[in-house]
Design a binder for this molecule. Structure first.
Ligand SMILES: Cc1ncc(COP(=O)(O)O)c(C=O)c1O
Length: 378
């Protein structure tokens, strides 16, 4: 039998963009009495989580207009549920594609036979609201715009709020995948035009993987009533209606939701703005330290998030030996996606990490370069 206590004692520092490091209390919240998911005790946890999500994500004046829907599944479940539920049959969508997750939106549209028009950029260029404006002008049939807020492919931020304002001017509605940015970057859900925001428990919320959620403008969610769903499991309105009635259409990840409630309490105690500020300071310390070692950042300054940095590999350095040398020191770094893997790698600073942790991360990189015989600046 596996020695669980020994396994639990080994704490990696996760520099991958989620699942991120969590507090001891979040991990402990997973251990609950066995609980039936159709008893009031569980529905109370669901309701508290949904209410806290809205309270923490939505500014006070707009709060009454928003609701939350929980899904058991990875983040992709929430994004796909939103796209395949929000775009009506016969409707079509403009998809901003400047990374793997924008491309995934395109794949979802194809899978559900939703006509989609791609607004494509390279992986280091943020979407331009003027381009969205032109596309919506040219294509009156595009009723929705789907955009990834933070392209985790490279650490690139798309201007969701400005895109939403443009969409609203044209009478169109926006779906945002804010998987790796909600609660880690500012995002104003009060902005006109924004109807749906998808995210998950295990990124900037600092919970455990297994629960994803959609924040939805109540009127937009209600408007889906009666539409024939494209999917049985990913039916956004079906989940919402059942959860509103304190029930669940399927078996949720009971323990993971308990951990999510603890993570929400911790976010409330820390405050959303202070968390965003902590991540920004983490990123600043990391970038300054890595810059001193000679690492350059792939994304130009104007498009950078506070959550994830893609660094170019140094001459004579490949990803795998660097990954393994960091792992021997307890740090898990993350490969670039696709071709990027051959010349760059990713370091996330989400989760419970602090600026002091990021200084230790930089020191570990320096030690790895020395171990691997790679010249560094500092
Ligand atoms: C922007 C974005 N969207 C969607 C996803 C998919 O999430 P999951 O792997 O939990 O399905 C991720 C995961 O990293 C992401 O970063």
């Amino acid at each position: 039998m596996t020695d669980i206590s020994a396994r639990a004692a080994k704490e990696w520092v996760l520099l991958n963009p989620g699942p991120a490091n969590t507090s001891a209390a979040v991990k402990q919240a997973l251990v609950t009495p066995d609980l039936c998911h159709r008893e009031p005790e569980f529905f109370e946890v669901m309701r508290r989580c949904r209410e806290k999500l809205v309270r923490l994500a939505v500014p006070a004046p707009a709060r009454e207009d928003w609701t939350a829907v929980l899904f058991t599944g990875s983040g992709t479940a929430a994004v796909e549920a939103t796209l395949c539920s929000a775009v009506p049959r016969g409707g079509s969508v403009l998809i901003v594609d400047n990374g793997v997750y924008g491309d995934r939106l395109m794949r979802m549209a194809r899978a559900h036979e939703i006509p989609a028009h791609a607004l494509t950029y390279d992986y280091t260029t943020p979407a331009s609201p003027a381009d969205v404006d032109a596309a919506l002008r040219a294509h009156p049939e595009l009723g929705h715009v789907a955009v990834v807020h933070h392209e985790t492919t490279t650490g690139l931020l798309n201007p969701v709020e400005e895109i939403a304002r443009v969409a609203a001017r044209h009478g169109r509605r926006v779906i945002a995948d804010a998987m790796s940015s909600l609660f880690g970057e500012p995002l104003d859900l009060g902005v006109d035009g924004l109807d749906f925001v998808a995210a998950s428990a295990n990124k900037c919320l600092q919970g455990i993987p297994g629960i994803a959620f959609v924040l939805g403008r109540r009127a937009a969610v209600e408007a889906l009533a009666g539409a024939a769903p494209r999917s049985v499991y990913l039916d956004l309105h079906g989940h919402w209606k059942t959860q509103e009635a304190d029930n669940t259409p399927f078996t949720p990840a009971v323990q993971v939701l308990h951990a999510m409630e603890q993570a929400l309490c911790e976010l409330e105690a820390e405050g959303v703005k202070p968390r965003i500020d902590r991540y920004a300071e983490n990123a600043r310390v990391l970038r300054e330290g890595m810059g001193a070692l000679g690492f350059e950042i792939l994304v130009p300054p104007a498009g950078r998030s506070n959550i994830l940095t893609t660094f170019r590999l140094l001459p004579g350095l490949t990803y795998e030996p660097l990954h393994d040398a960091m792992k021997r020191r307890g740090y898990i770094i993350y490969a670039g996606q696709g071709d990027i893997r051959t010349y760059a790698f990713r370091v996330s600073n989400m989760g419970t990490l602090t600026p002091a942790d990021m200084r230790a991360v930089v020191a570990a990189f320096a030690a790895c370069l020395d171990e691997l015989g790679v010249a560094r600046k500092g």
